[in-house]
Design a protein. Structure first.
Length: 176
């Protein structure tokens, strides 16, 4: 008699899967909260502000078009716009007209934004080291890297379902 294994219902999680998900979720959220709290305490900036500053400092001319900042952060355009508005009010970034495309806007890192970033990075890196790298063995770090790459590939596949060719209009795709 052959043993028939049934596949679990993909719409339900087993107890072990639920435990793994809960621990993963707590770890991910806790890591984000820890990094954000350290930045708020030491430098008066949020993890979101740091993400924008990092994207800008890495870009040519320390500026990006809004659409490129959307791509760099993975955020919705409205979130980028609101974040940039708050950061511009604090003098961390500034909006500039884009001569190449009148519909677009450059977001430029200011001197104050760069100074805040340069000041924030050493302690931020130290916090990452304490919470992530010092907590894991070399073997665990390698395993986590492999897991992260595998999950990122699965996430990318979910974000980009196959296109059937309908509604492929690129009209206005370059506008910010």
């Amino acid at each position: 008699m052959a043993i028939v294994r049934t596949r679990p219902d993909p719409r339900k999680l087993t107890d072990d899967e639920l435990e793994l998900f809960r621990e993963f979720h707590l770890m991910r959220r806790g890591f984000d909260r820890t990094l954000d709290a350290q930045l708020q305490h030491d430098d008066g900036i949020s993890i979101s502000e740091l993400e924008v500053l990092m994207a800008l400092v890495r870009s040519p001319g320390r500026r990006l078009r809004v659409r490129d900042l959307v791509d760099a952060t993975g955020w919705e355009k409205s979130r980028v716009s609101h974040q940039v508005t708050r950061m511009a009010a604090r003098g961390l970034v500034e909006r500039q007209e884009c001569a190449e495309d009148r519909r677009a806007t450059w977001i430029h890192l200011t001197g104050d934004g760069r100074r805040v970033l340069v000041h924030a990075l050493p302690e931020h890196s130290a916090t990452i080291r304490r919470v992530l790298f010092d907590a894991l063995s070399d073997r665990q770090q390698e395993a986590l890297l492999d897991i992260a790459r595998t999950m990122n590939a699965a996430i990318t596949a979910e974000d980009c379902p196959p296109c059937d060719g309908e509604g492929d209009s690129d009209a206005g795709a370059d506008a910010d």
